[in-house]
Ligand binder design. Sequence first.
Ligand code: SF4
Ligand code: SF4
Length: 352
Amino acid sequence: MSTDSDAETVDLADGVDHQVAMVMDLNKCIGCQTCTVACKSLWTEGGGRDYMYWNNVETKPGKGYPRNWEESGGGWKSSEHKERKPGQIPDKEDYGDAWEFNHEEIMYNGSDRPLRPDSDPEWGPNWDEDQGTGEYPNSYYFYLPRICNHCTHPSCVEACPRKAIYKREEDGIVLIDQERCRGYRYCVEGCPYKKVYYNATQKTSEKCIFCYPRIEGEGPDGKTFAPACAEDCPPQLRLVGFLDDEQGPIHKLVEEYEVALPLHPEYQTQPNVYYIPPFAPPQHSEDGESVDVDRIPRNYLEELFGERVHDALDTIEREREKVNRGGGSELLDMLTDTNPARKFRLEVFDDD
Ligand code: SF4
Ligand code: SF4
């Protein structure tokens, strides 16, 4: 279904009035994990949630969190969204346990041993952080922050036999009704991004809620805030708003300039988290000269963001050249804007 105002371009889910969305500019992510900590301390600190990172930031190329999630199936077989692809539930070890450390021994018992986990872990979130790939001086990596994509065609919703997962009418946020959920984990299997987590203490599944109490203005002073991962990001690389807000930067970046792309579009869930793909310096020859080859291979970016990544990177490059020649660029102005009121446009449909 499309909006009345923009029937050509904006594809909203049936029964959804507006769709919240986020754009992340991967060229600015420094892998500091402030977003991860902001989310964790707000929503998943304990009670069976120790291993959960509703927001995680992984190094690409890499196996990610949970390990090898990109090979775990799920999503849809085609863009008709009639048949789901079978998926797998990751093992506990693929997420990595919440490790206990020998704090007691070091802090109170006078030991001079180094601080280390009590167990002998073999995998965990960010196990392969900053490893990347390639040969020096042309090795490369970049950071990929991930949350639930609040997809337009969420295969997690379709997978749930109890209809416990639903897409909110007013903004398209995907939520799990904790009263209805019985913890069957079909949603974990069905999400190709592995962004639903099973809480073995509560015996229900849980996931990113796009900080809906913050965007509804339920803070102590009734103010509206963007999701904590976006507000707290030091380089402010996340834009938050509505896909169908035609005056907002998200609509322009996704629908008009087509430089903000969904991750793994071939999973066919139509994510509403979009990424400005990373560009990189050219490769160096053995004698240190620049050669006209991208440091991050385009075919790897195509694996992540689909074939539209080539046009997206070419568009950004053209706009950069325009600015270098002294011209103006609405696109680069949006990507470098630091004004919170323009970066976080969450009140535009309040009068609906
Ligand atoms: S990312 Fe996964 S959990 Fe989130 S809406 Fe899409 S299919 Fe569902
Ligand atoms: S807070 Fe921002 S810069 Fe830091 S890891 Fe998260 S997205 Fe990247």
